[in-house]
Design a protein. Structure first.
Length: 662
């Protein structure tokens, strides 16, 4: 009934317009020429013309207090609605008797059983078919498979009802009764399936399940009865009176559910206030519906039901989501966020439809207000769609980043490092693009012409670009650095006076972590030439000095043994690409010869290997009697002067001369 009433109201307005048009057209055709001439003569009269001008000026003047007129109009509308319902109550019995008699007479003349009995037969066959299918399934099923089972049994029940209905040709009145009754039965069966899934996921309790099932059954029956009465030409005011009478049990059940649901918190003041507000809200919404204030009624209904529906939908989708990890994949995000978007879009579209056909304003600014409200509703839908796209893209990028590992072949590591570098930049760019699109689209829906805005933004952008050439240079340089794959996240680079490990990017700068801890935030335009020390492999060379008399072949053998030991080391062996080896004599110095030693390893590991090699070389040289070259200084002088100085020292009184003193 709630869903059909706005549609029926708009249809009623169209029918009223057609009726007025048909009533006026014959009058125009039978108008006599003499009356038309008399009307034209009166319009040419000076007194009539002055009176019409004054009347037009009075009508065009703004009313002093729009609020007073607005309240009075709503009061008159409510009073007329109340009086019409009171006048329709005595005619309810006659209208129902007429409808029932017509249906019975049609069934007798067609040789069929009554419509109620036929409905029971079709429903019984469909329920039996579903029961047989359920009996063929195993009793214990996983939770996710139980949800699929509910959906499958619902499909079988719906197919059985549809086949039985379309199998026969029904008389007009019986067809209407059966059609809406079976649609209500399928709707109740759908609600029951959803409640069973929620019960299996422990989202609702057994008591709430039974109450909600009864409420949905009464609601579906009321909606079907209202639709049947309209199709069987029951008077509109009688239908309204019947609908209000049938809605009273629904309101009672809703109030009881609110009372029971919040009874656990009734001991606190907040719990009592919450329960009182819930019950008062339900009663106020029912009164708005009874008074035919459908726009306010549906707005309140959506504000009350949509948050609860979103909570239940999130619990159901997360409960049966295929992903249980802390980083959901794109499928889980599509399931959760897509369900939320469908619920919100359906609620917003329905409220917009009701407000469009039951607009509560009557002032001269109605067109502007309609545009603003319609734009607000459309903007909500657009923002929901853009949010869904952003969540899907972010989930996909996050999953790709989480899949990046530090193990594998060199090509795989290079590809994953490139992904780790480019995906965050792409995510930021996508967020900025979606934000711009959302803003422009919302402004367009609100009635703002975005063409001049975009053109003005382009001119301003060019001006800002000329005024901030450094910023543009940084952004463009960063794009080309990324396209050239000059560096990636986690690599050690040197650029001018800056060295460090690349930690992250932005559209303008790169963050470098120095090996001593400080962070450099360097604009791309200031980097210049890049020295990347983390690609493919690195060659490390160092020199040692030994005395001239050292046996170079013996040193070569020792270094070869040390290289073999380093490659056999469980921690350092996997880092080598080429072993430690002696390159030969690099230089002959003043106090020894310099020997060159080199090895090839993975980037960034040369320091660890070199330190270990130094320690092993010192130990090996000590064990084999090989010394490192050291500078030697020889001091010499005249022997006569030395002897005289020694004699002078010996001749001092009280001075003892020892060989060390000399």
């Amino acid at each position: 009934m709630y869903i059909l009433r706005p549609l029926l109201f708009s249809l009623f307005l169209c029918l009223c317009g057609l009726t007025n048009l048909q009533a006026q057209t014959p009058a125009a055709r039978i108008a006599q020429p003499s009356k038309i001439d008399e009307l034209l003569r009166l319009l040419e009269d000076e007194d009539v013309r002055v009176w019409l001008e004054r009347k037009q000026d009075a009508l065009s003047e703004p009313r002093d207090n729009e609020a007073v007129w607005f309240i009075e109009e709503w009061e008159a509308r409510s009073r007329a609605r109340f009086n019409a319902l009171l006048a329709a109550v005595p005619r309810v019995g006659d209208e129902l008797s007429r409808v029932v008699s017509a249906i019975r007479q049609e069934a007798r003349s067609s040789g069929l059983v009554p419509a109620a009995l036929m409905f029971v037969i079709i429903a019984g066959i469909a329920v039996s078919t579903e029961w047989i299918f359920r009996r063929s399934l195993p009793e214990a099923l996983p939770r996710g498979q139980a949800a699929y089972t509910e959906i499958l049994t619902l499909s079988i029940f719906t197919a059985s009802v549809a086949i039985l209905f379309f199998l026969f040709t029904w008389p007009p009145l019986m067809r209407v009764v059966l059609l809406y009754s079976l649609v209500a039965l399928i709707a109740w069966r759908l609600a029951t399936a959803l409640l069973r899934i929620a019960l299996a996921a422990s989202i609702v309790s057994a008591r709430s399940y039974s109450r909600t099932q009864i409420f949905v059954a009464l609601l579906a029956a009321t909606m079907a009865f209202s639709a049947i009465c309209e199709r069987l030409a029951v008077a509109a005011d009688v239908r309204s009176a019947l609908a209000i009478g049938l809605s009273i049990p629904l309101v009672v059940i809703a109030v009881a559910m609110i009372w029971r649901e919040r009874s656990s918190d009734v001991g606190s003041l907040q719990g009592r206030v919450s329960r009182a507000m819930g019950i008062s809200g339900a009663v106020v919404l029912w009164l708005l519906w009874c008074g035919d204030f459908l726009a306010l009624f549906w707005l309140g209904m959506m504000l009350a039901l949509v948050p609860r529906a979103l909570s239940i939908a999130d619990s159901l989708t997360l409960s049966f989501s295929p992903s249980r990890s802390s980083l959901p994949d794109a499928k889980s995000v599509l399931l959760v966020r897509g369900t939320r978007a469908i619920i919100l879009i359906a609620a917003v579209d329905w409220v917009a439809f009701v407000w469009r056909h039951n607009f509560p304003f009557v002032s001269g600014e109605v067109t502007l207000i309609r545009t603003i409200i319609a734009g607000a509703f459309n903007s909500v839908v657009i923002l929901l769609i853009i949010d869904l796209v952003w969540q899907l893209a972010k989930a996909y990028i996050t999953s790709k980043l989480s899949d990046v590992s530090d193990e594998g072949t060199s090509n795989a590591l290079a590809r994953e490092s490139r992904l780790r570098t480019l995906l965050p930049v792409f995510r930021n760019a996508l967020a900025a693009a979606l934000l711009c699109v959302a803003g422009l689209t919302v402004l367009s829906e609100m009635g703002v012409k975005i063409g001049p805005l975009v053109a003005g933004a382009g001119v301003v952008g060019v001006a800002i670009g000329f005024g901030s050439q450094t910023l543009v240079k940084d952004v463009v340089s960063g794009i080309f650095y990324l396209l050239d794959d000059a560096f990636r996240v986690g690599e050690y680079i040197e650029a001018g006076n800056y060295t460090g490990v690349v930690e992250s990017f932005s559209l303008r700068s790169v963050r470098l972590r120095h090996h001593r801890g400080p962070i450099f935030t360097v604009p791309f335009g200031s980097l210049g030439a890049i020295k990347n020390a983390s690609r493919d492999w690195t060659v490390d060379k160092f020199r040692i000095r030994v005395p001239f008399k050292t046996d170079v072949d013996k040193v070569r053998k020792l270094i070869k043994e040390i290289g073999a030991q380093l490659q056999a080391d469980p921690q350092l062996g996997s880092l080598f690409i080429e072993p430690l080896k002696l390159k030969g004599v690099e230089q002959i110095g003043e106090y020894g010869i310099e020997l060159g030693i080199a090895f090839t390893c993975k980037p960034g590991e040369q320091t660890v290997i070199r330190r270990k090699a130094y320690a092993m070389l010192m130990q090996a040289f000590h064990d084999n009697g090989i010394d490192f070259a050291q500078p030697v200084v020889q001091v010499s002088g005249d022997e006569k002067e030395t002897a005289a100085a020694t004699l002078a020292v010996r001749q001092r009184p009280g001075k003892t001369v020892t060989p060390d003193t000399v």
